[in-house]
Design a protein around this ligand. Structure first.
Ligand code: GBH
Length: 443
């Protein structure tokens, strides 16, 4: 698929792709790795759409050199991967497992050898199972454990990782993992999951100090955002939209940027302690923004446990996940962040943006994914439009490099620029890979 020439991006704009450990690595028993909550969850019957697990995934643990070559061939200047906490600390506490750190050191050095900046996420949802057995993120102590783990990683890699990302999407980990039970650890606590928000944020703040003590590289967090489209025109609909916005878009970002928690359901007595908000508001160098789609909201039925109702948005094309394709939502989101936070907002990097389609190789072995090209084309123009409106956006990472293990959806959703045949582990760059390289990164 051809597209109109992409407008230029500012000099030094960071082009990247993102992955996460449990979704690609496999090798779950290798070199002393301990079990994570996602091993437990995936191996529990009925949790994953196709009954699969991440035991092998893309076998990236053994094939990382081939995957770094794919990154280099794409021409990206950065690669965002995540470090599996249970490789570094198999029980979530105590001394580092050197063999676990060795793997990430090999990966980082391979990236640097190809001129690709390593961008490391410390927590992309794979909590060591022994920490979960002690209460997980419902337990305040997990925040301190997280900072110790951050210290161990930075002690080894602090001189080579170019950007640190503490947490990936703490909202999703709270809501899908602890509120709705759709993700690991599979708890269904609804609003009783709130301490998970605070303890993750506290862990983030403590980890920021640990990273800064060991590394001169900038520090970020990657939050997911979804601009609200109010469906309905009553005051109750608008109030529901504001409630969802506070929960999804502000619960984490307001305290991170020094505004404290938004009004809402609130925390039980004793969860938020004196001094916590100062720890959480440690200055950030970059705000990571993960964007997939806007959310339609209207007032909830009277007997609902939630103060809003999510409704499908009409009038948009849809991905294979049935998520609406709405590049205007990304522009709106970036502009809204700037208006909402003003001078408190650090530079933004879009740390995830992408889409799932049912990509299948043709008879000639090629994988054509024109819908993904159209998706990326639209979303990149949306970023460019936001920059033109004064938002400081300094990077964009596509989710994802490879088709991979999509959490509760198993292998049924393909997000990659590169197709993976899971039976053979053969990687085939899709047409979107060539498009991104030739039309965007190196036009
Ligand atoms: C990210 O989560 C994760 O960081 C990544 O690991 C994952 O593979 C990737 O995205 C793709 O899923 O419009 O009501 O149907 C994304 C979190 C939550 C974003 C659900 C989109 C759609 C809700 N997603 N949301 S709806």
């Amino acid at each position: 698929m051809t597209t109109a020439p992409m407008p230029e991006f500012p000099a030094g704009f960071r082009w990247g792709v993102s992955t996460s450990a449990y979704q690609i690595e496999g090798a779950v028993g290798a070199d002393g790795r301990g079990p994570s909550i996602w091993d437990t969850f995936a191996h529990s019957p009925g949790r994953i759409a196709d009954g699969s697990t991440g035991d092998v995934a893309c076998d990236h643990y053994h094939r990382y050199r081939e995957d770094v070559a794919l990154l280099a061939g794409l021409g990206v200047s950065a690669y965002r991967f995540s470090i599996a906490w249970p490789r570094v600390q198999p029980t979530g506490a105590g001394a580092a497992n050197p063999a676990g750190l060795d793997f990430y050191e090999r990966l980082v050095d391979e990236l640097l050898g190809h001129g690709v900046d390593p961008v490391a996420t410390l927590f992309h949802w794979d909590l060591p199972q022994p920490l979960e057995d002690a209460g997980g993120w419902l337990n305040r102590d997990t925040a301190a454990r997280f900072a110790e783990y951050a210290d161990l990683v930075a002690a080894r890699l602090g001189d080579r990782v170019k950007l640190w990302i503490t947490l990936n999407e703490p909202f999703i980990h709270m809501s899908l993992g602890h509120g709705m039970g759709v993700h690991a650890p599979g708890r269904m606590l609804l609003f009783d999951a709130f301490p998970v928000a605070h303890h993750q944020l506290l862990g983030h703040g403590l980890a920021v100090s640990a990273l800064r003590a060991r590394s001169g590289s900038p520090v970020a967090i990657a939050n997911n955002y979804s601009p609200v489209r109010v469906a309905g025109d009553t005051d109750a609909d608008r109030a529901a939209g504001a409630a969802y916005d506070a929960l999804h878009n502000r619960l984490f970002t307001d305290p991170l940027l020094g505004l404290g928690y938004p009004d809402g359901p609130g925390f039980d007595e004793g969860v938020v302690r004196a001094g916590d908000l100062d720890v959480i508001a440690a200055p950030l160098d970059v705000l990571g923004v993960n964007y997939y789609n806007p959310t339609g909201i209207r007032a909830a039925e009277p007997d609902s446990p939630l103060p809003f109702e999510i409704v499908p948005l009409e009038g948009y094309p849809r991905t294979a996940f049935d998520w609406p394709v709405a590049p205007d939502g990304l522009r709106d989101l970036l502009v809204d962040l700037r208006h909402r936070y003003g001078a408190a907002l650090p530079p933004i990097q879009v740390t995830e943006s992408g889409c799932a389609y049912d990509d299948v190789p043709g008879a000639d072995g090629r994988v054509d994914d024109p819908d993904r090209i159209a998706y990326l084309d639209g979303h990149l123009r949306a970023v460019r439009a936001a920059i033109d409106e004064g938002v400081d956006v300094t990077g964009y990472f596509v989710w994802s490099l490879l088709d991979n293990w999509e959490w509760a959806e198993g292998f049924t959703k393909r997000f990659g620029l590169v197709h993976v045949d899971y039976a053979t582990q053969r990687r085939t760059p899709k047409s979107s890979y060539a498009w991104l390289r030739d039309r965007v990164i190196k036009p």
